[in-house]
Design a protein around this ligand. Structure first.
Ligand code: ZN
Length: 403
């Protein structure tokens, strides 16, 4: 039997009351297995099984419509055209440009949102042509996130074909601007807060899933000094000196691996010419952690280093915050209904799923609004955000079907 993970999760989710006592993973595994054997669930899996070719063609067609962040309209229109054929209860765009489709339930079940993002990281005007070779398909954007758009479309068709009526509403959201600001998902969860029970972002991943988002802070630190000609009297030095000393010391800070944390200094700059001392020497810091306390602590230590190194040469420090998104955490979420049931679904499908807390996608937007959320994906892919991006074809059906 082909297990289609997506569908199973849908069914499990919608047949269990949201507020019921959370059971053990082992208990959910039994429940998922029983569901997988239901005649209508098998029929839905059969639909995926019998439609490999059309699912593949549709996946490629959507991929070939490039959709840079903020310019998703053409691709959205194409997806909308498909959704219009599925007898859904509501199809509309919200004010941010997200395409939303609702498949109403019979009533009495939780509202589940499934999100896949429309946008790509590729520049406007890029001509995309998918190439199939050795069981893989090559095209920019094929995996991130078009495979998951197609997984949602195929899942809706499979549910319809098998005449499966869920209890709760299923809301399919094709989001915009995930790759840049997550503005699409942010606006959607903000507007619909209180109306969503669970939020499943399909983006990346395949074997496992994430249940929390990593915090990401970006800074640009400046040392401001007098500057001057190379031959002007020293000290004072070029502002590049405290910069170099500070970078060296920052890289000696202890960055914990548990909770998962990272620190990177990726950009720097100084004088515009060779024969001048820098009056403004700057560098960036990309600070990440699944713990907001770790971020705050490293931020404090970095500030001390900057102040000390500036004082040593009689200069000033200025810090610009380029971006700040806190870690997306819900206390106890690892042991929540959604996370345990997701683990059970993955296990029934034959995975030993890695379950992570360092996601960085639309799931974080939902978690920050206090909505139970995971992120996972429908197929194994490689080379995301590059022109060499590719996906294995066959497991898509497994992914499309069941998760
Ligand atoms: Zn993505």
């Amino acid at each position: 039997m082909r297990k289609s993970i997506f569908l199973l999760a849908v069914l499990v989710l919608v047949t269990t009351p949201a507020l019921a006592q959370v059971k053990s993973v082992a208990q959910y595994i039994e429940q998922v297995k029983a569901l997988a054997n239901r005649v209508d669930v098998k029929a839905a899996n059969d639909y995926i099984e019998h439609n490999h070719e059309s699912i593949l063609r549709e996946w490629l067609s959507i991929t070939e419509i490039n959709a840079p962040s903020g310019q998703e309209q053409q691709r959205a229109k194409y997806v909308e055209g498909l959704l219009r054929k599925y007898h859904l209860d509501d199809i509309h765009y919200d004010s941010t440009g997200n395409l939303i489709a609702v498949r109403k339930g019979a009533g009495g079940g939780p509202v589940i949102v499934f999100d896949a993002h429309l946008d790509t990281v590729f520049q406007p005007g890029l001509q995309i042509k998918a190439i199939i070779r050795d069981g893989k398909v090559y095209a920019p954007g094929i995996g991130d996130d078009t495979r998951n758009i197609e997984a949602l479309l195929a899942t809706i068709r499979a549910l319809n074909d098998a005449k499966i009526k869920t209890k709760g509403d299923l809301v399919f959201v094709f989001t915009v601007q995930e790759e840049t600001t997550m503005n699409g998902a942010r606006a959607f969860v903000h507007e619909n807060k209180g109306k969503i029970d669970q939020y499943i972002a399909l983006d990346g991943g395949y074997e496992g899933f994430t249940y929390a988002g990593i915090g990401i802070n970006w800074y640009r630190h400046h040392f401001i000094g007098p500057g001057g000609h190379t031959r002007s009297q020293t000290p004072p030095y070029s502002a590049s000196l405290p910069l170099a000393r500070a970078i060296d010391r920052i890289y000696q800070l202890k960055v914990p691996t548990r909770p998962s944390s990272n620190l990177n200094i990726g950009m720097l700059g100084g004088s515009e010419v060779v024969n001048a001392k820098a009056s403004d020497a700057w560098f960036t810091v990309d600070l990440r952690s699944t713990s907001n306390e770790v971020i705050a602590d490293l931020e404090r230590q970095i500030q001390i280093i900057l102040n000390e190194e500036a004082a040593r040469v009689g200069m000033k420090v200025k810090t610009d915050i380029i971006g700040a998104s806190p870690a997306a955490l819900i206390p106890g979420h690892r042991e929540s209904y959604l996370v345990r049931i997701s683990e059970a679904v993955h296990r029934v499908m034959g995975f030993d799923p890695p379950i992570g807390n360092a996601g960085s996608n639309n799931s974080s937007a939902a978690l920050r609004e206090g909505i139970s959320s995971i992120s996972t994906g429908a197929g194994p892919c490689d080379g995301a955000h590059s022109l060499a991006e590719n996906c294995e074809i066959e497991p898509l059906y497994k992914g499309a079907g069941v998760e």
